[in-house]
Design a protein around this ligand. Sequence first.
Ligand code: UDP
Length: 424
Amino acid sequence: MNSTTEKRIALISVHGDPAIEIGKEEAGGQNVYVRHVGEALAQLGWEVDMFTRKVSLEQDSIVQHSEHCRTIRLKAGPLEFVPRDEIFGYLPEFVENFVKFQVKNGINYQLVHTNYWLSSWVGMELKKIQGIKQIHTYHSLGAVKYNTIDNIPLIASQRLAVEKEVLETAERIVATSPQENQHMRSLVSTKGNIDIIPCGTDIQRFGSIGRDAARLELGIAPEAKIVLYVGRFDPRKGIETLVRAVNESQLRESNNLKLIIGGGSTPGNSDGIERDRIEQIVNELGMSDLTIFPGRLSQDILPTYYAAADVCVVPSHYEPFGLVAIEAMASGTPVVASDVGGLQFTVVNEQTGLLAPAQDVAAFANAIDRILLNPEWRDELGKAGRKRVETKFSWDGVANQLGELYNEILGQTAKELEPALLTK
Ligand code: UDP
């Protein structure tokens, strides 16, 4: 195999380090996606290098995950945490260090898969410098997100321009749901090539434990009614809607109802501020006895939490995909989710869970109660959810589709290079 057809891929995720702990402010679905896609591609025979920004001197510059998969941390700006909306100015240094890394290691990447708009800019620069081919996954679209929040950040116009340019210039855009595809076409540009390849989940790990065993392990009574949230503390996640909905549940006065709000936070950071706000609402509503904040849930303990729950709620105002929904479904637990974005694709209303209008407290309360009050139906929904994830959302299936796409683009690259090689 020569260097142009070699199965080598660089995944770039500037702000979402695939090698760190998940569940905090800047570490969520994107980190999980890049890490799992990377590992699954390596299993399929790809040489996978995942690039991210180094945020402290103590962090290793290279983390080897398996023989053919590693995370490489490049310096770009100060060696400290920088919120994603403030990273753009440091990207030229990221590009410079990416190029230096290649020179130093004798590597010349033909193809880069970029993640989130910041990394897309890096990919577009590399295209100009070395003619690299680019595949891009947005993970979140500014054009959609800015419609759902009150405080539009200063970086917004830059982001919208970059998101349009990458859609029009990348070899291929990967939309993770038909809904995201539609948003790109209606809100960003009608130009450019889009493929739909969903996010995935670990179907061996999620679903490996049953409800009774999970409850025993967590010390939860068999008769308890458990409503579960998993995710970052971010106002767009709609945790407030969930808390208010549980407060309106018909089971509110029974001693069995419990609300578990899982996710990490750092005091003083934006997620710490949101957690304080949610705790305050819990206290104001007199719900502190029935609400549990277990903090960040490691990927090892998560399957047990999902399995122990009667229902998992994803009340986001906006959700490009929503890994939590498919993790819960893989664990056999029905999902009540906002009727938005990727959740409309993953959750089949009345079959694997229920969809409710975002921010509609009464609708969420009603949906949660319908499931809590009917354990047989809960189990049916749970089984159908598991089946849906098995057939559509396993990481292996997702990595297979991505691998085929990479091969297609690399094949085109090899063809384009052929005449030049022949004249040598
Ligand atoms: N997560 C976790 N521990 C936590 C909270 C979240 O491991 O305490 C993981 C969760 O399992 C999921 C990811 O973080 O894989 C969140 O992804 P999602 O797409 O739902 O939301 P995002 O964070 O990308 O907005």
